[in-house]
Each structure stands twice: as C-alpha cells, then as structure tokens.
Design a protein around this ligand. Structure first.
Ligand SMILES: Nc1ncnc2c1ncn2[C@@H]1O[C@H](COP(=O)(O)OP(=O)(O)OP(=O)(O)O)[C@@H](O)[C@H]1O
Ligand SMILES: [Mg+2]
Length: 342
C-alpha cells in the first residue's frame, strides 16, 4: 500500500481550489491541457522484469471514465504514475494539463485518490482522519472539519464518525477511503477498486460522483456508470472509446421464448437461418428486416410464447472473454468489431 495518499500542501498555500477556479499546472500544448489525462508511450518496468505498462498511449476526456483490465493489467500502476507516486520507465503522462513528473505536487493538490488497499490508521476516528487529510490538502481548520463531516455524511458514515476506524467493517473502511478522497473538493477523483467490500447501498452512493476515473475489474459496474472506457490488457491499450460505441448494437438478433426453444431452433434452421443457442435464448445473424419477419413467422406458426426479440448489445465483459469472442466469430463480423484495438 502506498501510504502517500495525502495531498501535499501547507497553511501558506493560497486558499483552496474549487472547480473552475484552480490554476492549472503550466502547459503549452492546448490539446494536452484540455484532456483530463493524456499518456504517450507510457512504459513501466518493475525491478525483476515485470512490464506493468507497455507503451500505453491514451487520452481521457472530461466525464466519468472506467479503467478496466484483469488483475495485473496495470491499472493501479497507471494511477500511481498519474499521481507522481511512481516514476515511469519511459514515456510521458499529463494530468489536468500538468506533467506527472514535474507537476506532481500540483496534480495531487487537484486530485482525490482512493487507493485500492487498506491504508487507514486503526486508532483514530474517521472524523479525525478525514479532517487531518483535509488540513493536509490545504483547508483551514474549520473548513476541514466541515468538509470532513460533509464527506463522511456523503459516504453514509455520519453516525459512526466518532468511532475508531479499527472498529469499522471492511465496507465502512472503504467509505472512509472515499471520504478522504472527496474532502479536498478535488477536480479529479482517481478511485482504485472503489466498491470492493461494499454492500449494494454503499456501492450506489459510491457511484454518484463528479469527474471520476474508476479502476475496476468489476465490469458490470463500469458499464452502469461510465461515459468512457479505457481497457488495458497486460499493460497495453486494448481499446479506448465511449461506452455507447463499446456496447453498440451488434448485427446479431437475440430471440427468447418462454418454452419450445429447441423447436424454434429447428424451425429457424429450416427457414434458412443459422440459429445458435445462447444461454436461455437463440442468436441469429441479422440480415435486414427479412430476418425479423422470418423469426416472427416461425414463432407465430409454432405458437410459442415470445419473451424477447432484440438486437443484441455487446457487453463490455466480452472485450475480455476469449470464449465469447470465439462464439461470436461463428456469427461473423461481430467479433472483429468487438476486438478492435483503439
Ligand atoms: N512494486 C512492484 N514490484 C514488482 N512488480 C509489481 C509491483 N507492483 C505491481 N507489479 C506487477 O505489475 C503488474 C501490474 O500490476 P498492477 O497492480 O498495476 O495491476 P492492476 O491492474 O491494478 O491489478 P489488480 O486488478 O489486481 O489490482 C502485475 O504483474 C504486478 O505483479
Ligand atoms: Mg490494482
């Protein structure tokens, strides 16, 4: 665990930054200045030879961006480099227009960071801890107290805030970690696996935030809350795109009947389609409106209860699932689109 979640500042710092009023770290390149995050050929090799990031070039626009990848894909490494907590082996990274090597302190001033591992002192109360970090991020004493109370309330820990953190459940600790990331009123939040250990209600409150990069391998959640997605695999960029185009409708029709699925499978085959069972449904390649007509007629002639007939949307998960990709290949071009490297 990086202990370094505090935001360096002292009482001599100018009054707190607030959204829109903060000075940006110096940056001549306007394209970089406009991106929330930009990396160019970013590479990180750890001692021992592990390449955690491999020439990663990616740009993150304002909004909520999900950073997804399997365990070990390089998500946490990327976040730590963005915060200047780790130095890249080569390549460059900018956050909010600032260079991650030279403007790291300023970047940390503007950013709230929720680390993935447990990093909380057990023998202080949540109020004390979050207030302390508010002070560290430059808030005056009274404002730090108020902001700490607000942040803790926001994460649903208001009643318990005077208890020592050591007595908290895993989910409560996770919320304290979020509260400390929020306390400085950051322009950017970097949340590394923010929902680990939370119950459904805690997860929901976790997901209602401003401008976020969520690092997660919990793809269902990413799909639910994000506008953009950056997918990495073995430290390399797999794809960066809007969530809508990631999950756009495919050229595959999904048909679900409450009963008689096998009958329908045979019937559709006889009518010239090439249906394939998929979970409780059938999939056929969509060849225009005629496919809908054929399916409708087959279902009607067999008198089957039709439950669902829709163009299948890809799930973000499928970016990572070889088996699924192979299945999709049987249906044609869908796979080549889904595995496109952005
Ligand atoms: N300090 C380190 N020393 C050596 N190797 C490391 C170090 N930190 C990470 N690695 C390796 O770098 C790779 C990327 O790790 P990283 O923690 O960035 O992945 P991640 O995507 O955050 O994974 P997870 O989903 O498990 O949190 C892994 O192979 C990991 O073992
Ligand atoms: Mg990680």
């Amino acid at each position: 665990m990086e202990p370094n979640i505090t935001l360096p500042a002292d009482d001599s710092e100018p009054p707190r930054r607030h959204a829109g009023s903060a000075a940006r770290p110096g940056c001549a390149n306007t394209a970089i200045a406009r991106a929330v995050i930009q990396t160019t050929a970013l590479t990180k090799r750890y001692p021992g030879g592990v390449t955690a990031l491999d020439a990663l070039t990616v740009r993150v626009e304002p909004g909520i961006t999900g950073l997804v990848g399997a365990n070990g894909a390089g998500k946490s490494t990327l976040i730590k480099i963005l915060l200047g907590l780790l130095q890249p082996t080569s390549g460059q990274a900018w956050v909010l227009g600032g260079d991650c090597l030279h403007d790291a302190e300023r970047i940390r001033m503007l950013t709230g960071y929720m680390p993935e591992h447990d990093c909380l002192p057990p023998d202080v109360t949540a109020t004390e801890f979050v207030t302390h970090l508010g002070r560290m991020s430059g808030l005056p004493a009274t404002a730090a107290k108020e902001r700490a109370a607000e942040s803790l309330r926001h994460v649903g820990l208001y009643e318990e805030r005077y208890r020592q953190i050591g007595t908290y459940s895993t989910g409560m600790k996770q919320r304290v970690k979020l509260a400390q990331a929020l306390v400085g009123d950051p322009r950017l939040l970097l949340l590394d696996e923010p929902t680990v250990g939370l119950d459904p209600a805690g997860r929901n409150s976790m997901l209602e935030l401003i401008s976020i990069v969520v690092a997660s391998h919990l793809l269902g959640e990413i799909e639910r809350i994000c506008d953009h997605l950056v997918a990495i695999d073995g430290g390399r960029l797999l794809r960066a795109d809007t969530m809508t185009s990631m999950t756009q409708a495919s050229q595959v029709l999904l048909i679900e009947v409450d009963e008689g699925s096998e009958l329908l499978l045979a019937e559709l085959g006889q009518r010239g389609l090439e249906p394939r069972p998929y979970q409780r449904a059938l999939l056929v390649r969509l060849e225009g409106d005629g496919t809908y007509d054929t399916v409708r007629d087959a279902v009607a002639d067999l008198g089957l209860p039709l439950n669902r007939l829709e163009q299948r949307r890809r799930r973000v998960e499928e970016l990572f699932r070889d088996e699924q990709a192979q299945d999709d290949q049987e249906l044609g071009r869908e796979t080549t689109e889904a595995s496109h490297v952005g």
